[in-house]
Write a protein that binds this ligand. Sequence first.
Ligand code: NOJ
Ligand code: CA
Length: 682
Amino acid sequence: MNAITMVGRIGAAMALVAAIPAYAEPVAGLASPGNVVAVSVDVDGDGRVLYEVKRNGKPIITPSRLGFLFTDARKIERGLKFVSQSARDEDGNWTQPWGEWQSIRNHFRELRVRFQESSGLMRQMDVVFRLYDDGVGFRYEFPDQPNLKQANIADELTEFAFAQDGTAWWKPAFLWNREEYLYNKTPLSAVGTADTPVTIKLADGTHVALHEAALVDYSGMAVSRGEGTTLRATLTPGAGKPKVTKTGAWFTPWRTLIIADNAAGLYMSHLMLNLNEPNKLGDMSWFKPGKFAGVWWNMIKGNWSWARGPKHGATNENVKKYIDFAAASGIHDVLVEGWNVGWDGDWFGNGNDMDFAQPTADFDANMLAAYGKKKGVRLIGHHETGGAASHYEDQFDKAFKFAADHGEMVVKTGYVTDAAQIERVDADGTKLREWHEGQWMSNHFIRVALAAAKYHVAFDSHEPIKGTGLHRTYPNWVAREGSRGMEYNAWSAKNPPDHEANLIFTRMLEGPMDFTPGVLSLTGSDDSPILSTIAKQLALYVVLYSPVVMAADTPENYAKYPAAFQFIKDVPTDWVDTRMLNGEVGDYATIVRRPRGSDDWFLGAVGDEDARKLDVKLDFLDPGKTYTAQIYRDGDDATYATDKRHSIVIETRKVKQGDTLTLALAPGGGQAIRFVAKGKGQ
Ligand code: NOJ
Ligand code: CA
C-alpha cells in the first residue's frame, strides 16, 4: 500500500498514477486546481526517485530523475525510500506595486514528498511540487540533519525528459559573453548546453518554457542535453570546487515548467512571480515607473567617452542639455554614464578604480541635481563595477547615500567582464573569481537590493544574473539587461529582425528588461543601418516590458522625428492589465496593455524579417466607448533592408469594441497604437 490515500484531494492524480506502466507502484501524485497539470512521483527498483508531468492526461515530462552529486560525500540518488507525502491548497490575490498586471491570482496545489536513504547515511530529502493550471514548479528541501550538516554540491541530477521532440529556442550557456548571445532555433533533440529559459514547441504544438524561480543563495541552472529529448540540470560553477555550498536546512530554487497551448499562453503565465516570496521591502510608493533619457547612445556609438578627456560625455553642458530635453518631453529621469572617477584606465573587467561618490571635475553633481529638480527631472547615476563586485560592496553605503542625496530614484549597475571573471575579495583578502550566475553573485544581487532599498533607491542591473521573479520580493530591482539589447545595434554585429520576437517568448519570461528602445534615427556607429523600421522602434515600448524604459536616441535625433516621437512621449510604463493577442516564438507578437490610472489602451506588434498581416479583434476595449486609435504603422514601402526603414504612416481612426484591425507589418517592422478613450456614448 502506498501512502497516496493519506492525501485528501488526490482523485485526479490517482487516475494519472494508474496510467504509468513502466514503474512499480507510484508513491505520490497530485493535480493542479483545474485538474490540468498533474505530477506523479515514483521510486524505481534501485531506489531512484522519478517524477512525471502530464497535461490534460498527456505526458509532457516522462519519468525523470532527481538527486544530487556532492564533492565530498556519496551522492543522493539511489537507495531512497518513500517516507510520507502531504498536500495543501492555496488561492489568493496579491497586488504588484508596479508591473504588467496590477492584481495577480496565486492558485496552486502543493505536494510535498519525503524520501530517505534506506541504509548508510540515511539522509532525508523532500521534493515539493506546486501545481498550477499553467505549469509546475518544484524544489528540493533538506531538513537540518547530522549526515548533511554541510552540503557541498558538485551538481544537481535533476532531469527533464520531454515526452516528445519539438523545436527549441535557446542561448548557449557558460560562454565568455554571458547572456548576450542570439537565440538558436533547433530541434529539442539538438539543444547543446543552454541558459534558461529554454522555450520549446513540442511536436503536438504544446508550448513549454523551462526555467527557474527564486534563485537565491544558489547557483543558476543551465541545462545540457542528455539522450534524445532529455535535458539535465547543470549548475553554474562557483569559485571553489563545489558549485553550491549549503549548511543546516536548505532548499533549491524552483525548477519551473510553464505549459500552454500556444506561445501567448507562456507569456500570460504568472507562475514565475507566484513562486517568489512576497515583497520584503514594504512601502514602495517612493518608486515611480517612467521613462528616461540619457547621456549614453553617443557613448555606445563611440562619439563620446566614459573616460575624461576631449570626448567626455558626462559634462555639465551635455547633461544640462539632456535635462532640458527630458523636461520638454515629459520624461522624468536622465541617465548619466561616465560621471564618476574610475573610467580613465583599463576599466573593462577591472572596476577597482571606480568611486561612486566622486564625480569628475566637469560633472557638478550638486548643480545638476538642483538644475534637474527645478525642471522635474532626476538623474540616474551609473555604477559600472567592471566586475569588481566586492569593491562595489565596500562602497555600497556611500554610493547609495550619494545617489539619494542627489535625488536619484534609480541607479543603473553594470558588471562588464567576461564570464567567470567577477572579482570577489573575502574578508581575509583572498581573491576569488566568480561567475555572474553563481551562488555568490546570487547573494551579491540581494545585498545590492537591500543596500539600495535603505536609501529608497531602485536599480537596473546590466550584465546581471538571470531574472527569476525576484522583483516580487525585492521590488526595487526594477530592471535588468541579461540579453542582447539595443547596444548591439550601435556595433557591427547587429540584432537581426527576429531578435525581439525571440526575446518576448524567452528572456521576457524572466521579467523586465532594460532593452533601451526608441532609436528612431535607425543608425548605429558610422551611420550603420539598424535592421528595424521606425514603427517597430515604437512598438518595442509596448512589447518589451520594463517599469523604467529608455528613450535611447539623442535629443538631436528625436528633433528630426517629432511625429513619431509623440508616441514615446505618450506611452506609459506601468500597467493594470496586459494581454497577448497573437504570437509565434521568433516570428511575431501583438501585446495590448491598459495603463494604471487611465482608460486608454496601448498596442504593440512586432514581426521578423517577413512582411505579415495580423487581424486583431478589439475585444479588450470597454463596451459602449468610442476610442480614437492613434496609429503608427509601417509605410507601404517600409522595410528594414533598405533606406525605406524610416517610412511610417501616422493616422487616426475611430474604433470601438468588436472592431477588427488589420496590422500590416513590413519586413523587420512593427506597429504601435494608442487607443484614447472618449468616454461612454461619445
Ligand atoms: C554595457 C551596458 O550594457 C551598457 O549599457 C553600458 O553603457 C556599458 N556596459 C558601459 O558600462
Ligand atoms: Ca551589456
